[in-house]
Design a binder for this molecule. Sequence first.
Ligand code: ZN
Length: 199
Amino acid sequence: MEKIKRLANSLKYLPSIGEKTAERLAFEILKMPSSKALEIAEAIKIVKNEIKQCPICGLYTENSICEICSDAKRDKTIILVISRAKDFYIFENNKKLNYNGTYHVLNGFINDKTSVSELNIETLLKRIEKFNIKEIILAINPTIGGELTIQYIANKILKNKKITITRLAYGLPAGGDIEFADNFTILEAVNGRKKIKCS
Ligand SMILES: [Zn+2]
């Protein structure tokens, strides 16, 4: 069973896959028709060989530069900073938001396991140096590590440049009741409050 064990051990590299789940998945793969199992293997091979991170912003792309950075219609003076590449879809697919700026993927945030040098921060600072950036939106989750990262980046940028840096106002969920919101949510909701205009 050495070969099955090897497959299970490889599956454990994935997040939230423990010993038991990895074994179960390994046996599921064994049970599958060969064509299906090889389809998974082939799809993994293709994404790993053909998809890379954009050298400018870190978004995934099949081309040398991603579709956002190479789009002349996008506003290159605004950068929305995200910690994970997949967060791109949250903003890009939000039709009401209609975001037309660019992105920057940090590949994580500062925590016990990740140091500043492992994050895509230097490239962000270089972009700011090189281009006429007007606003940086830090769309990073307000966790302890997220807060550290937000402050670190803001300090780094503001030391040299006068750029507007904003962060998301973590308000209450639509339809939510403030009674059930934690202190942090309330604090952020109040601090991030916006003026109501006459309608
Ligand atoms: Zn890009």
